[in-house]
Design a protein around this ligand. Sequence first.
Ligand SMILES: Cc1ncc(COP(=O)(O)O)c(C=O)c1O
Length: 433
Amino acid sequence: MSKLALLGGSKAVTRAVPDWPVYDTGEADALNRVLNSGKWWLYAYGGGPTPDGTTSADISEVEQFEREFAAAHFVKHCYAVPTGTCALELALKACGVGPGDEVITTGYTFIATSSAVFSLCALPVYVDIDPDTYNIDPARIEEAITPKTRAILVVHLGGEICDMDAILAIARKRGLAVIEDAAQATGSILEGDRAAGGIGDAGIYSFQAKKVMTAGEGGACATQDDRIAELIWSYRNCGRSRTGLWYEHLRMGHNNRMGEFQGAVLRHQLRRLASQCRTRERNYDALLAKLAGIPGIRVRRLRADATQRCLSIVILTFTGEGWDGISRDVVIKALQAEGVPATIGYGWANYSNPAFADMQEALGHRAFAFGVEKFPDWSQYVQRCPATEQACSQRAIFMPHSILLGDEAYVELLADAFAKVYEHRTDLMKGGF
Ligand SMILES: Cc1ncc(COP(=O)(O)O)c(C=O)c1O
């Protein structure tokens, strides 16, 4: 094999990363349909109070999307919103999380998981991940429960569904709500009809640009529970009620409605979801088979009962075994030079982000707004979450889902790049990396 690209050789991956987002004339038609209808917002169609008091038998694009998405995820209720972050805030609020509450969650996630909790003046309590799955370790949840605990907010990282049976058993025993952050798990399904986001009390999804379905931005809340659904509906609609007048507000909600252009695009994106999941699963298996012979690269443990996996992030574990002391970060640099879109993923756990250094400054509120005299010492979690810390600093390798949307030949090139970097590892040392 030729010299490492990092040291001036040619790249192992000679093709570009497969395009994302995938779109065709279906999205263009959807956008034109909305444009030419002149109905650019959900309330142009009725379906609740309208500014002029009218109702219509037509159903908006957003509402059709909600119905189609709910059916695809086996959930009773779904409400589309502008982002996954606001979906999280809505779901937590509708599940009763408020000032002074504690929410058990993971630090190995995007910051929105934590920021949504803070936005309700509640405090996250972090539990370590299982190093083999990268998801919250259910065995560590009970020891984190206090009299202030209100909910467990799980994250299905990279599309892999958490151990929901174990988590729900703890929650039911202790009277806690379970909210699923399925921002990265759209389309992941267990046992045929238990979809990510539809298993706990409420779930959320994100349709931001990097997710497996996208309208650039977007999100949704889902629930099987009629009462929680009504609260989400109301909070999303400025605190209105379905039967009230337009300027009658029962609650302090926000305008968190999705626009019709996004709804129409997402309806079309949804039609590709299942077949794209199948393509990713097939290429994922091919990639793993080809990486199997490379020392020190392990794959995460996936659930055996999954019937559809969205694989929104390809997560590998770098153990260092057989790499003669080369660090993950150097390996990633070398892989990137070879044309592999690998990154370190979350370089910090949520609780180690700079925002946590001065909470009053970061939040704009004093501690008493959160029901405490002073904010927790977040550095305690560095000791309490060793698997999270190792994933951040030494072990995780992330690659985007679009690498699995090409053909097998592309996946083979990626595996060749890993093999090449491994074979030339001593050159990295000699090269001063
Ligand atoms: C785990 C997780 N939660 C929440 C979000 C927030 O979603 P959005 O970017 O749509 O607000 C994201 C987005 O990256 C995410 O990855």
